[in-house]
Design a protein around this ligand. Sequence first.
Ligand SMILES: Nc1nc2c(ncn2[C@@H]2O[C@H](COP(=O)(O)OP(=O)(O)OP(=O)(O)O)[C@@H](O)[C@H]2O)c(=O)[nH]1
Ligand SMILES: [Mg+2]
Length: 388
Amino acid sequence: MLYEIRDIPTYKNREYKGVIVQDPNNLILETILDYLKKGTVDKTGILQIIQNDNNELNSYVVKNLMSQGVICEQDLREIGIPDTFIDMLNRSYEPISFRPGGAIDRINKVSTEIYFWGIPSSGKTCAIGALLSTLSRLDDGRVMRKDNDCQGYEYMTCLSSLFNDQTVMTLPAGTPVTATYEMAFDVYDKANLYHPITMIDLAGELIRCMYKSDAQRQLNHEEEETLETITNLLVSQTSKNQKIHVFVMEYGAEERKYEGLPQSDYLDGAMNYIERTGIFRKNTDAIILLVTKADKAGHDMETQSKKIKAYIEKYYSNFKGALDNLCISNEINNKKLITLFISLGDVCFQDYCFFSNRHAKNVVNRILSQTSTIDTSRRGLFKSIFGK
Ligand SMILES: Nc1nc2c(ncn2[C@@H]2O[C@H](COP(=O)(O)OP(=O)(O)OP(=O)(O)O)[C@@H](O)[C@H]2O)c(=O)[nH]1
Ligand SMILES: [Mg+2]
């Protein structure tokens, strides 16, 4: 049963047993109720699934199982679900959806552009939220200033305030395929020295479009348009900006398949697609392999680090090897791929999170060490004009 439920796509409008699923939440719920009726699974079985992985079922399904009398609060308590998360089930919070941003045809800000690539639900938006939240609350004298005229200003502001250290909150919903958000800001090291940065959050569906395009499969009109937009952004002659590409890899998703293919095939597809645009050749400052959901690899960072290293070695050595080669052949970051990992803290029922910025702090510092700075002091201007 567990396998069958995992098989149902957890994102909208996808195929399941040859049918396009409009509402996967409901499909999962219906499947469980059907199994209960047939006796294929019982209450203990359901609780075991939740106990084995608190994120196997999402808040919608758990809430409905409760309202239908299949399980109750006490059952959840007994299998170790903290009260903070059980309390959330009693409130009517839905995952937050953002309005799709308007089209972006170019990045106007002179800045380091940071792109986040990864399959749907791999944790890109959450990772960006954790990074933005950390950046906006730096407590070491550095200050972040958001550009209020960028296309994704509202998105950036909402995301960074959503992730608040040591509080429980509801995570955002998936990014629609046509939505690309541009978030521009500066991080001031000192009054006159700052890092201008633009982060670009892409829908995971886009990576599927890249794969499909590579495999010469039919794209629908919406997909074609979105893919064209992003390709234009990447190859746009108007932007001479340096770029950082973050390949987001979800820990523990090696078996999850999208339209019959695993994460690695889509990541390969995206990498090949970007490589074909020629963008890696000259203006890439760094390629980062960011492993998300590190909490699934243990509690302390040392264990996580070890397990993640072994995980990449076991399931993604080809993909990592290809990224290593890109760094070597294009002389990116002294020919070195950067591998990092991140976790939001404690996540439960897929939608609730008790956020901690422990991991995000490391990632922020590493990213800032890779981005160029602008020095507007008199000495700095002198240096930039005369190169001394
Ligand atoms: N356990 C755990 N789960 C996480 C973490 N980060 C994200 N998730 C889960 O992954 C889900 C998807 O995260 P998103 O950030 O929306 O994924 P995305 O890559 O932006 O997905 P698309 O927008 O569809 O491409 C969240 O709703 C959480 O359930 C984490 O650090 N730990
Ligand atoms: Mg997203």
